[in-house]
Design a protein around this ligand. Structure first.
Ligand code: 5AD
Ligand code: SF4
Length: 475
C-alpha cells in the first residue's frame, strides 16, 4: 500500500494510534493474567541514529501498553529494527532469525517482528515469505507510526502480517517515546533523502525528503529540556537541505539558530551534513553559537573527483578541501569526522591515492571507513569495473592505518587541557570510573560515580589512550 496524501504533522492519525494503544493495554493485561506473569519485550537496533530514534518510539509504545524489558531475545515480543545500507547488515539479520526461530519453538507466546530499511526491499520480503514463515509482523520505514495498530492486528491473527508502503508524505509524531538516555535525545528534523548518491540505497528505502515544521521541532525540544535533556542531536539524512518544500522562509542554519536560543538546552549536535549543501550561513551560526558542539561530520566518500562524479556527489576534491579550510578558518577548534568508501566501481590506484591525499591534508579527527557494498537497484550496482576483492581489502587496510595514525596524533593534542564533559554512564569495565563526551565528541573516562550521570563537568585530560582519554575532575 502506498500513501502519498499530503498530510503533514498528522494529529488525527496520532489519535487513531492512541485508540489502538488503549485496546492493546487491555489485550496485554488479559494475556498477562492468563500467563500469570508480565509480558516482556526486546528491541534490537541495527544501523544509524535514525534507527536508534525509531527504536525509542517502538519501546515507548511497548512500555505504554504494558510490556516490560527483557535482557535478551528470550522475550514475548522481539523486534529487529533493520538497516540495509551494506549487504552484511542484511546477512546479520538472516543469521539471527534462525536463532529466534529456536526460541519461538520453546515459547509459543513469542511474537517476532521486523521493521526498518531492509524491509523496504522487495527481494527481502519475498525471501521472508518463502523461508521465514515464523515471523509474525513485518513493516517498513514509512508506517512505523502505525506500530500500535499493527501490533493489535498481530494479536488477532495467526498469519504473517506484512505492511510496507512505497513512500509517504505524512509525518506522524507525538506518540509515546522511551528515551534510552534521560539527558540526551535525538530529534528528527527531516525524513528521507533526495540525493541519490549512486551507491546508496537510502533514498529507495527512506523515500523522498520531507521536513518537519520548525515550530513542531522547537516545541519538541522545549519539552525535552523541561524533562531534563541537556543535549539534542538533530537528525536527518542530509540536514543541510532542511526546509526545502516548506512554505516558511527557513533553512537549516536558521533552524539551528532557533534551537540555539532555547533556554536551558546546553548542547546541540546534528547529523549528517552533505558537503554540497553546507552554507556559509551555517558556518556563521556554528561559529557564533556557544551551544552548538565543536564537531562536524562531513562525509567525504572519495577524494577522487572522477569517482565523486560517478558517485553523484556534486563536489570535487578541491571543493571539499576549500570547504574544510573555510570551516577551520571560522571555527579553528572544530573536530572533523567523515565517512569514506573504498572500492567503488572503477576506482583505480590513482583514485585511491587521491583519497589518501585528502585524508592526510584534512587530518580527520576520526573516519568511518567502508568497503563498497553493491546494493541491488542502485546505479552503481550496474556499473562496469567492480574492483576485485583482494585489491579493495589492501586499499581498505592502508586507509585504515592512515586514518588511525592521524586520529591518535590529533587526539594527543588535547592531553593536559580541561574540557567540559557530559557524563553518560558508569564505565562497564571499571565501576570506579564514569564515561562522558567532550564537545568534540571524544570520549573520556575518569573517577566518579553514578550521581554524575547527566551533568556537564570540567575534566582535566591526563592521558590519551589513542581513541579515548583518561582524566580527572577539575575543580
Ligand atoms: N557501500 C559502502 N558504504 C556505503 N555507505 C552508503 N552506501 C554504501 C555502500 N553501498 C556509507 C557511506 C555513508 C555511510 C552512512 O554509509 O559512507 O556516508
Ligand atoms: Fe545516501 Fe547520499 Fe542520501 Fe547520504 S546523501 S543517505 S549517502 S543518497
Amino acid at each position: 500500500m502506498s500513501d502519498l496524501t499530503d498530510i503533514r504533522q498528522d494529529i488525527e492519525e496520532t489519535n487513531v494510534q492512541y485508540e489502538y494503544i488503549n485496546k492493546l493495554k487491555e489485550l496485554v493485561r488479559e494475556k498477562s493474567n492468563k500467563l500469570n506473569r508480565e509480558l516482556t519485550y526486546n528491541v534490537t537496533t541495527f544501523g544509524c541514529q535514525m534507527n536508534a530514534r525509531d527504536s525509542e518510539k517502538l519501546v515507548g509504545i511497548l512500555e505504554e501498553v504494558g510490556y516490560v524489558p527483557a535482557d535478551d531475545e528470550k522475550a514475548d515480543f522481539v523486534i529487529y529494527n533493520t538497516c540495509t545500507v551494506r549487504e552484511n547488515a542484511n546477512n546479520k539479520v538472516y543469521g539471527r532469525l534462525g536463532y529466534l526461530h529456536s526460541l519461538k519453538k520453546k515459547n509459543p507466546e513469542m511474537i517476532i517482528a521486523l521493521c526498518g530499511c531492509m524491509m523496504q526491499e522487495e527481494v527481502v520480503i519475498n525471501k521472508l515469505k518463502e523461508s521465514y514463515k515464523f515471523v509474525n509482523l513485518i513493516f517498513g520505514t514509512h508506517n512505523i507510526f502505525k506500530f500500535p495498530e499493527l501490533l493489535y492486528n498481530t494479536f488477532q491473527s495467526e498469519d504473517m502480517i506484512i505492511d510496507i508502503w512505497e513512500d509517504t508524505k505524512r509525518i506522524v509524531e507525538k506518540l509515546p517515546v522511551s528515551r534510552k538516555y534521560s539527558f540526551k535525545s535525538g530529534v528528527n528534523i527531516m525524513f528521507g533523502c533526495n540525493n541519490f548518491c549512486s551507491y546508496c540505497i537510502v533514498p529507495y528505502v527512506r523515500g523522498r525528503e520531507r521536513s518537519r515544521l520548525p515550530e513542531e521541532i522547537i516545541d519538541e525540544i522545549k519539552s525535552l529540556v523541561d524533562d531534563g535533556v541537556k543535549e539534542v542531536m538533530l537528525l536527518g539524512q542530509n540536514v543541510n537541505s532542511y526546509g526545502k518544500g516548506l512554505d516558511e522562509d527557513i533553512n537549516f542554519a536558521k533552524l539551528l539558530k532557533k534551537v540555539d536560543e532555547i533556554e536551558g538546552l546546553e548542547r546541540i549536535r546534528f547529523m549528517t551534513s552533505h558537503p554540497k549543501d553546507l552554507s556559509d550561513e551555517l558556518i556563521e551560526v556554528m561559529a557564533s553559537s556557544k551551544n552548538v558542539c565543536k564537531h562536524l561530520h562531513l562525509p567525504l566518500q572519495s577524494g577522487s573527483s572522477d569517482i565523486l562524479t560517478k558517485m553523484n556527489r556534486h563536489y570535487t576534491k578541491d571543493d571539499y578541501l576549500r570547504l574544510v579550510d573555510k570551516i577551520r578558518d571560522k571555527i579553528p577548534d572544530i573536530a572533523l569526522t567523515t565517512d569514506i568508501i573504498v572500492g567503488f566501481p572503477g576506482e583505480t590506484e590513482e583514485d585511491f591515492l587521491e583519497t589518501m591525499d585528502v585524508v592526510r591534508q584534512v587530518e580527520f579527527d576520526s573516519a568511518f571507513t567502508f568497503i563498497y557494498s553493491k546494493r541491488t537497484g542502485t546505479p552503481a550496482a550496474a556499473m562496469d569495473n567492480q574492483v576485485p576483492e583482494d585489491i579493495v581489502k589492501d586499499r581498505f587496510d592502508r586507509l585504515l592505518e592512515e586514518v588511525q595514525s592521524i586520529s591518535r596524533k590529533k587526539a594527543n593534542a588535547y592531553t593536559g587541557s580541561v574540557q567540559s564533559v557530559l557524563v553518560e554512564n558508569v564505565n562497564a569495565q571499571d565501576n570506579t570510573l564514569v564515561s562522558g563526551r567532550m564537545s568534540n565528541n571524544s570520549i573520556v573516562h575518569f573517577p566518579g560515580n553514578k550521581s554524575l550521570i547527566g551533568s556537564i563537568v570540567n575534566v582535566r585530560l591526563t592521558e590519551c589512550k589513542g581513541f579515548y582519554y583518561i582524566g580527572e575532575l577539575d575543580g
